[in-house]
Design a protein around this ligand. Structure first.
Ligand code: SAH
Ligand code: SF4
Length: 400
């Protein structure tokens, strides 16, 4: 059973204040610069930026009026120049297993006439963790043949503020900010944790390494110890294999890496994950071996979707083990999640067990990822929004 909440009451839906830029997503130095640009004295800017940062990321305020340690005239000045917008909630669905899926809508404050875009964000509560699955793009330019997002033409990259906006809005809805109210359906806060959201995975819509700068900026802000303070060991970035950005991801963002492998030879991977034609398996695995900070305590997760009769034979399992032999790795087997119009079937559970067995015997703990939120189409690879790319003529007309 799934419950769809209709959220058209005013507090959840905040129309963007158009024409003013948002302060969400600026690093601290850029935030201080923006304050100077608004007329705040240079000597005061650093201190004010720290105060604003704390209100935004620790306390989760959405209104300059709530920033009680900031002098009133400064609050007014900021409110006249900037916004602190979060996405509007188009819908919030709760699965029978507690998984939640939001459809978020973003407007571009700098381009008031530009049509809004929509993305999906998913929250998965488990016994020992609560994971937020965040989108990096509206749609995806890549066309992995088993992925629903791949059927949606790329509309655009999300900004750092929009990536963080998903985390902020989810934290608000889950009552994760000080004084927040938890939803009244229990089971959300994992054992031993004080926060509902303990982990973040860049596994929603889009290819994060095709939006590298914005994803980097957002994840550095999410990690900051004086802000949201989500440990970089609890942030995972999943890529289909954009090889040139794998090393910078480890060096500059320093988060856990997941690779969407899905096939053990180039011929099949070219079909399932077409970016393989550009960056074949040998190059991808070489980049993995060189991932900064890689060690047995900090392994790469290899995701492997189980497609009936396509990539799920015993020989595939043995080849998988052989390929990963000298990489500190975890293997995550994902039963294929079907979507309307998909051309693949899910491997039968006996086949998945046999495959997992071979992988386990080779020394890998290879959890089979239980699909979550299937009843609300929130499982891996099922995310897609209705947003369509504008034609060139429409874009030109809007740009005036
Ligand atoms: N673009 C990135 C991150 C988003 S996809 C990437 O491809 O890694 C997150 C994971 O879901 C990827 O491993 C992806 O291959 C997998 N996936 C996509 N469609 C799926 C489906 N229908 N069933 C199961 N997993 C799927
Ligand atoms: Fe894009 Fe990842 Fe889906 Fe491939 S699996 S189409 S890279 S979102």
């Amino acid at each position: 059973m799934s419950i769809a909440l209709n959220l058209d009451h005013a507090c959840a839906v905040r129309p963007a204040a158009l024409g003013r830029p948002s302060l969400i997503g600026l690093g601290k130095p850029a935030l201080a610069e923006a304050l100077v640009g608004a007329g705040i004295a240079e000597r005061e800017a650093k201190m004010r930026a720290s105060q604003v940062w704390n209100w935004l990321y620790v306390n989760g305020v959405t209104d300059f009026g709530q920033m009680s340690n900031v002098a009133k005239p400064v609050r007014q000045l900021l409110a006249d120049r900037f916004v602190l917008d979060r996405p509007e909630i188009v819908s919030e669905q709760v699965s029978s297993d507690g998984t939640r899926k939001w459809l978020f809508r973003f407007r571009d404050p700098a381009n008031p006439n530009y049509p809004p875009v929509e993305v999906e964000t998913v929250y998965i509560p488990e016994e020992d963790r609560g994971t937020l699955c965040v989108s990096s793009q509206v749609g995806c330019t890549l066309t992995c043949s088993f992925c629903h997002t791949g059927t949606q033409r790329l509309v655009r990259n999300l900004s750092a503020g929009e990536i963080l906006g998903q985390v902020l809005m989810a934290r608000e809805r889950l009552g994760d900010f000080p004084g927040g109210v938890r939803p009244n359906d229990g089971g959300l806060v994992p054992g031993g944790e004080s926060r509902a959201i303990t982990n973040v995975v860049m596994m929603g819509m889009g290819e994060p390494l095709y939006n590298y700068e914005n994803v980097k900026q957002a994840l550095l802000i999410a990690q900051a110890g004086d802000g949201m303070s989500i440990s970089r060991r609890r942030i995972t970035l999943s890529t289909s294999g954009v090889v040139p950005f794998i090393e910078p991801t480890g060096r500059e963002i320093d988060v856990m890496l997941a690779i969407s492998l899905h096939a053990v030879n180039d011929d099949l991977r070219d079909v399932l994950v077409p970016i393989n034609k550009k960056y074949p398996l040998a190059a991808l695995l070489e980049a993995c071996r060189n991932y900064p900070g890689l060690s047995n305590a900090r392994r790469i997760t290899f995701e492997y979707v189980m497609l009936d009769g396509i990539n799920d034979s015993d020989a595939d399992a043995r080849e998988l083990v052989r390929l990963l032999a000298n990489i500190p790795a975890k293997i995550n087997l994902i039963p294929f999640n079907p979507w309307p119009g998909s051309n693949y079937g899910t491997s039968p559970s006996a086949r998945i067990e046999r495959f997992a067995d071979i992988v386990n015997k080779a020394g890998y703990a290879s959890p089979v990822r239980t699909p979550r939120g299937r009843d609300i189409f929130a499982a891996c690879g099922q995310l897609k929004s209705e947003t369509e790319r504008l034609s060139k003529r429409d874009r030109e007309a809007l740009a005036g």
